[in-house]
Ligand binder design. Structure first.
Ligand code: PDD
Length: 289
């Protein structure tokens, strides 16, 4: 079987023919940014928003973007010709490979661009209907969580806490407030109102987090963006995760205790239906170039 096709610095190649310098600052320092874009039957969901976020991440780390949003969209379309169906497109840009290791950001380095696509498994019907287990931890990551950086050791270690507990995600608290989870945003519901933590430097501004907020507005679901305390999370009627690959997913146990009635709640079911309707409309749109 031939290896899947990936994009590397302007070329489409079988992934096993791509090699990257050990001096690449992505390898040495985790000095890079990335995106993950969900694709439903060939149609990327909110690709433009993902590339706009990539631009913001690159601005934050002072890395010049080698492509415009339109160029990124075109490159994504070209890669997707080799990857039909439901996919998760991964895009990574690192600062490139200098001659030697030095913390100082070198001038004039050519960034390394890598894109791959993998079949996307959205949550199973079972997970949607029964919800998933989560555990909690102190948020021990850095203070630039709004940058979608490839330096993910904090997130990896946070995720591993839930792996050890047989849970799906680790929900994080910083100074007594909810931030997000290791690779998802978190919403809670109290007395019929959805609460979302603010868009600041302590969370990644998820494209799905943003979409959930627009769907709530359009679908007359009450939603407030404000700081959420740990106590509010622990006494929530509902807790949800959101991400490009998890869509919206109900959390039914937290640290082994049932959330609300122990089943995904009515507000979750409404949001999940709105999300699925949004996806269905997307499928009717022409495939992006
Ligand atoms: N993770 N917060 C963190 C820390 C994340 O890593 C992610 C996404 C999100 C949700 O963002 P979005 O809705 O744009 O997917 C929030 C991706 C899927 C990943 O790293 O694989």
């Amino acid at each position: 079987m031939t290896a899947p096709i990936a994009h590397f610095n302007g070329k489409l190649l079988p992934i096993d023919q791509i090699s990257i310098s050990p001096l690449d600052r992505g390898f040495i320092f985790g000095d890079g940014v990335y995106e993950v874009i969900p694709v439903y039957n060939g149609v990327p969901l909110r690709a433009r928003e993902h590339f706009e976020r990539l631009q913001r991440s690159m601005d934050e780390i002072q890395l010049a973007n080698p492509h415009t949003v339109d160029e990124w969209m075109k490159l994504t379309g070209e890669l997707l010709r080799h990857h039909p169906g439901d996919q998760a497109v991964y895009i990574q840009v690192t600062r490139g490979a200098p001659q030697k290791r030095d913390h100082v950001i070198p001038k004039g380095l050519t960034p390394t661009v890598f894109m791959m696509s993998n079949p996307m498994a959205t949550p199973s019907r079972e997970a949607v209907e029964n919800g998933v287990a989560c555990v909690t931890s102190r948020d021990f990551r850095w203070e630039k969580c709004h940058v979608k950086s490839t330096s993910l050791l904090g997130n990896v270690l946070a995720r591993q806490i839930s792996v050890a507990a047989g849970a799906t995600e680790t929900i994080l608290f910083r100074d007594g407030f909810l931030t997000e989870a290791s690779s998802s945003n978190v919403f809670i519901v109290k007395n019929g109102v959805v609460l979302a933590p603010p868009r600041d430097n302590l969370i990644l501004m998820g494209i799905t987090y943003d979409l959930v907020q627009s769907l709530a507005r359009e679908g007359s679901v009450r939603l407030e963006v404000r700081q959420v305390t740990e106590a509010e999370v622990r006494s929530a009627d509902e807790i949800w995760l959101s991400s490009s690959t998890k869509e919206v997913l109900g959390v039914t146990t937290l640290d082994g205790k049932p959330v609300g009635g122990g089943k995904p709640g009515p507000v979750f079911r409404r949001m999940h239906a709105l999300y699925q309707e949004y996806k269905a409309k997307l499928a009717k749109r022409p495939v992006a170039a």
